[in-house]
Design a protein around this ligand. Structure first.
Ligand code: NAI
Ligand code: MG
Length: 356
């Protein structure tokens, strides 16, 4: 029997609500399957901890996480702590420290959920966005000089390396190859950004030769937003830089019905370090504590985690349960229903138990 060591970091806002839901679904899957189990350790790293101690996590936080098979993360961010402090104090040090360079964001319209796009239903929108997660616009390079003076300067330098771009392209082409349509769209902005983005395009062309059965095309990021809205069916796998994919995947989540259904895996494909799985959404202050956070994004990312751990059957079982519950209309208010987080969770647990 495989026992997976999971580090749960619920953190802030609705994070604890959705992670609690996700852990209930994982427990139900382990009981249903019998072939694997979870050993979950919960960490209280959060904005609350920052307010008490001055740090979101202990200095040796990443070191403590190294022994785990995967990290199950909620959301970080509090109304009274600046967002760059929370993001750089917890989430980014884990992603970057563990070289989780592939950020993988599947999006599709689940049965029972209505897309804001007229006439677009399940099957018309089924994408995976691959976001470069280790460099680019979020490399942390830059600085500020002459602070507060009229001549103050701030720079934010995007870094693209041949090694970094090549590995994310290989990952994206490989993922596209594993999907039935074998279709990849490479997003760039190589008209205006004529250095790093032109290199990005060149490397895409080089790597494409290793994957002759993958059909691929290029899109400028601004035009890509139009194509996502006007012709969602023409897309399958998408690869983009850290910033571009960050923006496009929020749009993708909204087009699939809600940010509350959109999952993410921050993956180290070489498995040198634990990978981290989280819903795309943030801490959602407006609904925190109301018991109505949509747990579907967290279930879906739990399925990504199971896949990564090698439990593909359990991952499929979880997604079948989620799709059944959505199709039955047991939905939270963000997707037009009136169920609570716990009611959706109970229904998913029930569906997992009841499946043959
Ligand atoms: P947000 O994702 O928290 O919320 C945006 C909107 O979507 C809100 O109206 C919220 O109620 C709704 N929403 C999000 N998740 C939902 C769910 N599961 N069920 C139902 N409705 C849901 O983004 P926002 O408001 O821009 O950021 C709030 C805080 O979260 C900020 O501090 C931000 O920095 C942080 N944040 C953290 C992220 C992370 O930890 N990965 C990602 C995005 C934001
Ligand atoms: Mg984002």
């Amino acid at each position: 029997m495989n026992t997976y060591k999971i580090a749960a970091i619920p953190a802030d806002g609705i994070g604890p609500e959705v992670i609690a839901a996700g852990l209930q679904a994982l427990e139900a899957l382990a009981r249903r399957d019998g072939g694997f189990a979870f050993d979950v350790t919960e960490f209280d790293w959060s904005s609350a901890r920052y307010k008490k101690t001055g740090a979101l996590m202990p200095e040796d936080g990443p070191e403590q996480l190294k022994v785990f098979d995967a990290i199950f993360f909620g959301a970080v961010g509090a109304p009274d702590v600046p967002d760059h402090v929370t993001l750089w104090g917890l989430r980014l040090p884990i992603c970057q420290g563990f070289d989780q360079y592939a950020n993988v964001r599947p999006t599709k319209i689940l049965p029972g959920i209505t897309s804001p796009l007229a006439g677009v239903g399940p099957g018309d929108l089924d994408w995976v966005i691959v976001r470069e997660n280790s460099e680019g616009e979020y490399s942390g390079h830059g600085g500020r000089a002459h602070k507060g003076l009229p001549e103050e300067v701030g720079t934010e330098v995007a870094i693209f390396t041949r090694a970094g771009v090549t590995r994310i392209m290989r990952y994206a082409f490989g993922l596209a190859q594993s999907r039935p349509r074998k279709l990849l769209t490479v997003v760039t902005k190589s008209n205006a950004q004529r250095h790093g983005m032109v290199m990005w395009d060149e490397i895409a062309a080089e790597v494409s030769r290793e994957f002759p059965d993958v059909t691929w095309d290029k899109m400028l990021v601004d035009a890509m937003t139009v194509r996502m809205v006007k012709n969602p069916k023409s897309l399958d796998t998408i690869v983009a830089t850290n910033l571009h994919a960050d923006i496009l995947s929020d749009l993708a989540g909204a087009l699939a019905g809600s940010l509350g259904v959109a999952p993410t895996g921050n993956i180290d494909p070489e498995k040198r370090f634990p990978s981290m799985f989280e819903p795309i959404h943030g801490s959602a202050f407006d609904i925190t504590g109301k018991g109505i956070a949509n747990p579907v994004a967290t279930f879906w990312t739990a399925a990504q985690m199971l896949d990564h751990l090698g439990e593909a059957d359990a991952a499929k079982r979880l997604m079948r349960a989620v799709e059944k519950v959505c199709a039955d209309g047991i939905l939270t208010p963000d997707v037009g229903g009136n169920a609570t987080t716990q009611q959706v969770t109970d229904a998913v647990v029930e569906a997992i138990r009841g499946e043959n």
